[in-house]
Design a protein around this ligand. Sequence first.
Ligand code: 0A1
Ligand code: ZN
Length: 850
Amino acid sequence: MTAAASETIYLKDYTEPHHWVRDVHLTFRLAPKTTRVLSRITFTPNDNNRGDLVLNGEGLTLITATVDAAIVNMQITDTELRIAAADLPQKPFVFEAEVEIAPEDNTALEGLYMSSGMYCTQCEAEGFRKITYYPDRPDVMATFTVRVESDMPVMLSNGNPVAMGAGWAEWHDPWPKPAYLFALVAGDLLNHAGSFTTMSGKEVELNIYVRRGDEDKCAFGMQALKDSMTWDEQVYGREYDLDIFNIVAVDDFNMGAMENKGLNIFNSSCVLASQATSTDANFERIEGIIAHEYFHNWTGNRITCRDWFQLCLKEGLTVYRDQMFSGDMRSHPVKRIEEVLTLRARQFREDNGPLAHPVRPESFVEINNFYTATVYEKGAEIIGMLRRLVGDDAYRKGCDLYFERHDGQAVTIEDWLKAFEDATGRDLAHFAHWYAQAGTPRLSVSEAWEDGTFTLTFTQSTPDTPGQTNKGPQHMPIAVGLIGPNGDEVVPTTVLELTEATQSFTFDGVGARPIASILRDFSAPVILDRDMDAATRAFLLAHDTDPFQKWEMGRMLSRDTLVAMITTGATPATDYLDAIKTVVTDDTLDPAFRALVLGLPSQDDLAQTLVDTGHTPDPQKIYDAREALRHTLARHLSDEMPTLFSRHETPVFVPDADGSGKRSLRLSILSLLTLLDGGTAARNLFARADNMTEQAGSLQALLAAGLGTDELQAFETQWQNDRLVMDKWFMMQVAFASPADAASVAEGLTHHPAFTMKNPNRFRAVFGALTANHAGFHHESGAAYVLLAKQLIALDKLNPQTAARMSGAFETWRRYDTSRQASICSQLEQMLSTRGLSRDTTEMVTRILG
Ligand code: 0A1
Ligand code: ZN
């Protein structure tokens, strides 16, 4: 490893750059192996911090470089080009360079690369330095003018089109931006066009560019874009600011999508949608991601991050905004439950293990390793708490002030909070600890009742995490309501502000001892420890007016039932089964909500619960108990299931909340029904489904029951030419393989002609599914550990970013027995000892090993 490769970067070391950039002119002469990039950059010395000109650059072949048209001395290493301050004018100067790069050889998918014959870019976080020499840091903001020369019919870059001719196109972006928001696309693409009139009456041209054959999958994304534009105007007063907004779908992409100014680039799985090929979950995700990238135009682009430690400034806020948008478009309660499910599955898991880090990390080796659930999802929870603490109107005032004060700047979390302090008069110094303190706070609560006064006493503590001990209490909003013994709500939702380690709150004049509903709407990202018997949980499941807590009670009952089955061999209590049945058959409730109540905790969740209660999880036992409970639930619901299944049919497919909710309940029922009817109903649905939700859902019901071999074959025959649907085909087989077969099924699929490591979606379909198949991944043979490590070592050579990200699957190794721990560690050691392992994966594996 080189010195630069292992260098740790610290937030405390931040200094301004030596030079600012006023404007950038780029010319791209595109060729797969020999692209030439010509740059003309106007630099201005920074009076606050004079010094050498430092330009980042990696993998570039330098042809020429000049300062004010003259050759100067420069030092060039693998990672930078430096010109000594003494050799530079002490006034604005023009740096010009020509470099050569080979986009066709770029398998890391960072910088300029090729995907299915098209040229495209990914520059966040530090990809621009693979395109040309530049101060590749977010606090350097400049206007860009870009000329693209190629034989491709479509050539795009950021901003507005200036001019085009045969073999060239020119773009100008008038809004100063950091290099990470630069984008270029050139390809033989078709566009689905639309338009939007902004609130001040400006016409904006909208386009979704796709590969030939995908043009019938753009309408949903276009509508989602228009809805997002309207929502941001109405809810945040934010208007779009260019004449054109382009989206491009790319097959090979490391993440979901990227918010490049005026030219968003999407993983095709996150924008292409059709009834026949996309599930309801896909539609929902696409709508959310389109909104997310669009919302970045203000939270990320117009106002960006001073440095990468501030990543949550744009990501937490933008995730929060897309969550609220999705709630408005669909159903807030259902979305909130889904958000909490993901938060717990990804962020709590991360916060509880060796990869735990603050929402604003203090150091990193490779910034790409910090695009995490903590930065994104916990970052969004912080915004939600802030809003709950200051109130809706003050929240809007704080945002308005932030936009007004910092437009065009690269700022910090302190700037964000200061805008809220100034707009609301509140002191947010204590609240700011959420950004600095890692780990999920644990909150315990006790209740007392005396003479009409009900008292809740909370105690909070946050566990140690790598590099952090002795944590203080957090400032958190806890939303509470009280329910009377007859089931009526006696105290509506009230927000209690916790700031101390132990704190009591009283409610006076309460007629009879109430049942408290605590942490309504999941008002803070904490683990609530509360002693509660099954009867009280069932009472709240029946009577709570807060949908999140209502669902939570059902979830806790299911979790406790499963834990008892695993640890004591208990059988599920009839009261529990009846309580679930009552909700699932209650036609006054939203079908989507009922489906969520019927869902059982994941195996991964159960493994952590077992650890938390002093047990060593046995993955096979967890799997067996979950399967046994599915069978029990199926038998308990056997009389109701046929009606529930038929009554929620949606004759016309509409991918909205209502339709998807019905299909979700129907398919949850089908999955249980299949355990009883030998697969008849599922086969039937599979044969006549006119949409992917039901086609994939019925196939999954069969696979989960150990059936479906013929249907799997039919699915492949039908969809072999559709890469996104084939990702589902790869994924399902591994996800539903039995624990003993999972590794060999995954291994077998790597020999399928359609398997390729070069496409992150395909690799994730197989190996993401393997790591999500808990009992399969942790099978006692250790075969899955060996396979995953081997595959990640191979992937790392091509695509370090995705390899590093996927190595996070090993983060929970300390939960398991010594033999599994030893097997995982030996695979991690094996990875670390691989010659040339990337900085990305090295950092991840080192942190996981601890
Ligand atoms: N900013 C994008 C996510 C993203 C991050 C990094 C990438 O490459 C390293 C790509 C995309 C978002 O939040 O949507
Ligand atoms: Zn984002």
